[in-house]
Structures are given as structure tokens and as C-alpha cells.
Design a protein around this ligand. Structure first.
Ligand code: ADP
Ligand code: MG
Length: 624
């Protein structure tokens, strides 16, 4: 028997084994790691350095693997290869790597091509794992206790293969991953903790300009849930472009001719320094190859105007995608080192006519939010640890009219097995598709599709005669098996799915809250669809019956029935366009159906009588 947890909820049950959690922003340019101490999120630093440049050098001389600032300054040498911006390669196949890059790649026929380094092939996952390992070293140096787990952030637009690659990198680095979190969500969480304005329901725009990428995301916050409504941006615009523009300006001023890669690297590093100084100074003295002069903030603003213009255009597009106007946004959050440039802040402010939030260090905010979330997650799980496992969402299958028949309700303890019998809808139907769905809504289109399989080989029978038993069973590991058997003939088919596979905590929350929000409306829709379906079946049955048994009733009677059928058909067709009906239309279908039934019931009785009498004719009482 499980013992009750006797420690305070949210606190560790074992006071001596101190546990901590991490938030990791695995960035294209820089990686940061944060933890929560005394309820405050803080970046883990070494020697005043908070950022770990996301750069790895592999070389044949020791140490073979160098990560971060030391790799950043690595010279271009034959016995070494320095990899930057590995994030762009994560989860990408050779065909998908269309951007230009200086690396020798080897396609191994795997999902991702590998970098050909002097010490062998390194996949993007392995390179990322090396960066992640350096975050672990920071955490270990801080002597925080035992690592309970980490939340690692990814761009909101990352697809499943990019996310999977990130998960693998964590695994390789030995990081117990609690969850992948979207970067803009992490930023909003970080602000939300200290800002009641942000906890209110509404829309938030996250403007993230990093080193080589621009990401804009629009989040909807409701009941403390964060949903990404739209994302946009550009995969090759960022602070690096500003560095190149300054470098070009310097070369123009000094009338420098062609320079080699190494010299260009050094010049760009110098340009970056100038750029960063200009974030805090109106002007900076510059010296390059005999040229001495100053560069002002205003000059830089003009220089990078193409960058800010592009970002704002993309922002406008994302807003359009989300179906929102600027004034519907509650807050605008600035994220990414490049938003420290006054020119960027001013451009954003002018665009929205509203001051963006930037009080939290923009290159730290994502890691800080991730750390807060990691902390929350483990506190919750400490409370949850003694609970029985239950199904997080309802499971069911698609029935006629796109409706969901719920088989296992959410919060049902597992393991569980449930059976339900269905029948066929059409005469002679020899197969059917079993569509397994998950969610709390009444219509299939509003739920998550889990799996589909076909039960075929049913012997042709009259509609309604086949008996199809569908069995849902979930084992202790949460694996769902759905099987369908036609009982008369014994034909059977089944499928296995893991209902939680690919289901993020956010999806889960969304599916849940949507179910609650739409409960009333869904009930009506279901009622409507069921009523409509029943009316349609009546019409479908009556048409052949009239041609076969029309002689049993008078022509007048037949005409009245046909007229009533037309009225009902019309009422149905009026609602077909969008599958949603208002109360009036629903009433129309119901009353038209009721009127038709009044007329068709005596007709059905006449058909029955005649069937019975023909059955009886010529039979002796014994035979009956
Ligand atoms: P990423 O998310 O791509 O890893 P970051 O958010 O760390 O990137 O941003 C890195 C970029 O921010 C670099 O181009 C860097 O030069 C720029 N940056 C950092 N600090 C400043 C600053 N004070 N002023 C202007 N740009 C800065
Ligand atoms: Mg970033």
C-alpha cells in the first residue's frame, strides 16, 4: 500500500538530498542555464560570464572538444573544425538544409547529415549535446545538489523532428528532460511571475531578435494557460547582420581590399563590440587599419534600418495570421540580445505605439522562464507522486455524422478495458473505418486523431444486422489497444497506440479547456447532428419504400408524404453548409420530421401488414 506523503506539498520528502531543477535556453548563438533559488530564478554564471556561446571546436589536439567562449575565439586551422549555429541543422535532412553554411557534411542516410570533423563524424545532436554538457558543468560547479530535471526551450515553430533531435541531445548529455518548452512561452512566463498585468487573459506578442534569427510569436493567455496562436520570423536575420554591416562600413572607411576569412571573422568580432557599446553610448570611437573616427547610435540606426523594417513587416504578417490588430495586444515582450539595440526598441515602440517590456535581461529571459517552469513542474509532481495514473483525456471513436462516441472517459484509472457494440449503417456494408480520437469535444474535427484502421471482410448483411464489438484497453504503461470484431463472422482487426505520444502538456491542457469551454455548444451541436442524421435516415428509407410499396396507399397519400419529405429535405439542406445550426433551424428539422413521421408511420404499418399477410397466406395454422 502506498504511504501518504508526509512532507509539506511542494517540498522535498527527503530533506537531506537537496534537489534542483534547471531551465536551459539552447540558443542558436548563445546558450544559457538558470535555476530557481529561494523562489527566485537566476542565471548560472562562471567568472561573470552568463552566456555560453553556442560554438563547439573539434580538433585533434587536446582538448579535443572545446565549447563556448574559448571555441568562439578559435582560429581557423586545418586540424580543427569550429561549428556555430548548430541549431539550424537540428532535425534537418540533407534535402532540407538549403541555407548556405561553411561545413563539410556527410549524408549517412540517417535523418540528419553529420559534420565531418577532424575527430570523426559528429551529428547535430552530438554537437548540441556537447553544448548541453557545458551547461551541466556549470550546474555541477554551483554545487546545487541532485538534478531533478530540466526544461529546455525550443522555438515555437520547431517541428516534431527538430524537437525529437533536441530531446535526443538532452538524453546524450545525460540531462533528465522534464519538458521542451516554447521559447516565447518561457519569456512570457518569466514576465508573468512578477507582472500581474501579464497574468490576465489576453494576447501577448514576443519579439525575439537573436544573433542570426528573428522569431515573432503571438500568445494567448487564458486561465494561466499559454497558447501560441501564430509564429513568424526569419531564419537568417539578426544581430550578425548588424555586425556585417558595421564591418562593411569599417572596410569602406579604411578603403580595405579583399580580406581572408580569418581577418573577416576578427573584423566582425570587433564590429560586434562596437555595436554592443553603442547600446549604452551615443557614440563610440573606432579604429581600423589606419582609419580613426566615431560611429554614432544614429548612424547605426540608419545602417540597420533594413533589418528593423523587415522584422516589423514579419510582425505585421504574424498579427494578420493570428487575426489580431496591434491594439488587441496586451503586452509586447522584447527577447534576444539584439533587442538591446536602442534602434530596435525605438522601432518596435513606434510600430505599436506602446512601450515594449524589456525590464528582464532580453538574452536571459527565456532561460529564466524555463527555470521557473521546471521548478513548478517538479513541485507539482511531488504532489502528484502518490496519485494513481489516470487517462488524461477521453478516448473514443468516430461514429456517423462525424460524432464522437466516448469509450473511456478522462480521469479513468488505468489499466482499464471497455467494450461497446456498434452496427453497420448501410445494407451490404463489408468494411468500416475505426477512427480512434482523443479529446473532450463532441465532434471528431475538434478532437485529436490518434489512429485509424479498417475492419474489412464483413459478409454483406442488412444495415443494422452486423454486430461490431469494439474493445478499448489501456495497459499499465498507458498503451492503448483498440480492436474491432464482427461477432457473426469473427472478422477482426486491431491497432496499438500510445495516446500520450506527441501530446505535449500544452496540447493536453488545450484539449481539456476547449472541452470545458465548448461543453454547452457541443451538446447542442451533437443534438442537432443526431436529429439531422435520424431525419436523413428516414428520408433514405422512404424513397425506395415509396417506389416498392406505393400501391399500398392512395395517390393522394403518397403525394402528401412526398411533400413532407421535400419540406424536411429543405430544412436539412439549409443547415448543411457549416454543420452548425441555430435553434430555429434545429426546430424546423424537428417539426418537419415530426410531420413526416405522422404520415409515414401509417405507411410503414401498411407495409408491415402486407408483409405479414403474404407470409401467412397459404399456410396452415400448424405452420404458423
Ligand atoms: P540566440 O537566441 O540566437 O542564441 P541571443 O539572444 O543570445 O541569440 O542574441 C545574440 C545577439 O545579441 C548577438 O548578435 C549579439 O551581438 C547581440 N547582442 C548581445 N548583447 C548586445 C548589446 N548589448 N547590444 C546589441 N546587441 C547585443
Ligand atoms: Mg534566443
Amino acid at each position: 500500500m502506498a504511504l501518504l506523503q508526509i512532507s509539506e506539498p511542494g517540498q522535498n520528502a527527503l530533506p537531506h538530498a537537496k534537489q534542483y531543477t534547471l531551465g536551459i535556453d539552447l540558443g542558436t548563438t548563445n546558450t544559457l542555464v538558470a535555476t530557481v533559488r529561494s523562489a527566485q530564478p537566476q542565471i548560472l554564471k562562471t567568472e561573470d560570464e552568463s552566456l555560453i556561446p553556442s560554438v563547439v571546436t573539434y580538433s585533434t589536439s587536446n582538448p579535443q572538444v572545446v565549447v563556448g567562449t574559448k571555441a568562439l575565439g578559435a582560429a581557423v586551422k586545418a586540424d580543427s573544425l569550429t561549428i556555430r549555429s548548430v541549431k539550424r541543422f537540428m532535425g534537418r535532412s540533407a534535402a532540407e538544409i538549403k541555407f548556405s553554411h561553411p561545413y563539410p557534411l556527410v549524408d549517412r542516410g540517417d535523418s540528419m547529415p553529420a559534420f565531418n570533423t577532424p575527430i570523426g563524424l559528429k551529428s547535430p545532436v552530438e554537437v548540441s549535446a556537447d553544448i548541453l554538457t557545458s551547461t551541466m558543468l556549470r550546474a555541477e560547479a554551483a554545487d546545487l545538489g541532485d538534478l531533478a530535471g530540466a526544461v529546455v526551450t525550443v522555438p515555437a515553430y520547431f517541428d516534431e523532428s527538430q524537437r525529437e533531435a533536441t530531446r535526443k541531445a538532452c538524453e546524450l548529455a545525460g540531462i533528465p528532460l522534464l519538458k521542451l518548452l516554447n521559447e516565447p512561452t518561457a519569456a512570457a512566463l518569466a514576465y508573468g511571475k512578477s507582472n500581474p498585468e501579464l497574468q490576465k487573459d489576453g494576447h501577448v506578442l514576443v519579439f525575439d531578435l537573436g544573433g542570426g534569427t528573428f522569431d515573432v510569436s503571438i500568445l494567448k493567455i487564458q486561465d494561466q494557460l499559454y497558447e501560441v496562436l501564430a509564429t513568424g520570423g526569419h531564419t537568417s536575420v539578426g544581430g550578425d547582420d548588424a555586425d556585417r554591416l558595421i564591418a562593411k562600413w569599417l572596410r569602406d572607411q579604411a578603403s580595405t581590399g579583399e580580406i581572408d576569412t580569418q581577418a573577416q571573422h576578427e573584423l566582425e568580432a570587433y564590429a560586434r563590440e562596437i555595436k554592443q557599446q553603442l547600446s549604452n553610448n551615443a557614440k563610440v570611437e573606432v579604429n581600423f587599419q589606419g582609419f580613426s573616427g566615431v560611429l554614432t547610435q544614429d548612424q547605426l540606426s540608419d545602417m540597420i534600418a533594413p533589418i528593423t523594417d523587415l522584422c516589423l513587416k514579419l510582425t505585421e504578417r504574424a498579427l494578420r495570421d493570428a487575426g489580431l490588430t496591434k491594439d488587441q495586444l496586451g503586452s509586447i515582450i522584447l527577447v534576444g540580445g539584439s533587442t538591446r539595440m536602442p534602434a530596435v526598441q525605438q522601432a518596435v515602440q513606434a510600430f505599436f505605439d506602446k512601450e515594449p517590456m524589456s525590464s528582464i535581461n532580453p538574452d536571459e529571459v527565456v532561460a529564466l522562464g524555463a527555470a521557473l517552469h521546471a521548478n513548478d513542474l517538479t513541485r507539482e509532481s511531488a504532489n502528484r507522486s502518490n496519485l494513481i495514473d489516470v487517462t488524461p483525456l477521453s478516448l473514443g471513436l468516430e461514429t456517423m455524422g462525424g460524432l464522437v462516441e466516448r469509450i473511456i472517459s478522462r480521469n479513468t484509472p488505468i489499466p482499464i478495458s471497455k467494450k461497446q457494440t456498434f452496427t453497420t449503417y448501410q445494407d451490404g456494408q463489408t468494411g468500416l473505418i475505426v477512427h480512434v480520437v482523443q479529446g473532450e469535444r463532441e465532434q471528431v474535427t475538434d478532437c485529436r486523431s490518434l489512429a485509424k484502421f479498417t475492419l474489412s471482410g464483413i459478409p454483406p448483411m442488412k444495415a443494422g444486422v452486423a454486430r461490431i464489438e469494439v474493445n478499448f484497453s489501456i495497459d499499465t504503461n498507458g498503451l492503448l489497444q483498440v480492436s474491432a470484431t464482427e461477432v457473426n463472422s469473427g472478422v477482426q482487426a486491431s491497432i496499438n497506440v500510445k495516446p500520450t505520444q506527441g501530446l505535449s502538456e500544452e496540447d493536453q491542457q488545450r484539449l481539456l479547456t476547449e472541452g470545458m469551454q465548448h461543453a454547452e455548444q457541443d451538446k447542442n451541436t451533437r443534438q442537432y447532428l443526431e436529429d439531422r442524421l435520424e431525419a436523413e435516415r428516414e428520408l433514405e428509407a422512404l424513397t425506395p419504400a415509396l417506389s416498392e410499396f406505393g400501391h399500398l396507399i392512395s395517390d393522394d397519400q403518397a403525394e402528401v408524404i412526398q411533400h413532407a419529405m421535400q419540406v424536411l429535405e429543405l430544412a436539412i439542406n439549409q443547415t448543411k453548409a457549416d454543420d452548425k445550426a441555430n435553434q430555429d433551424q434545429l426546430e424546423q428539422i424537428r417539426s418537419a420530421h415530426a410531420s413526416l413521421k405522422k404520415l409515414s408511420d401509417p405507411f410503414a404499418a401498411a407495409i408491415m401488414n402486407q408483409a405479414v399477410s403474404s407470409e401467412l397466406s397459404g399456410k396452415t395454422p400448424d405452420q404458423i
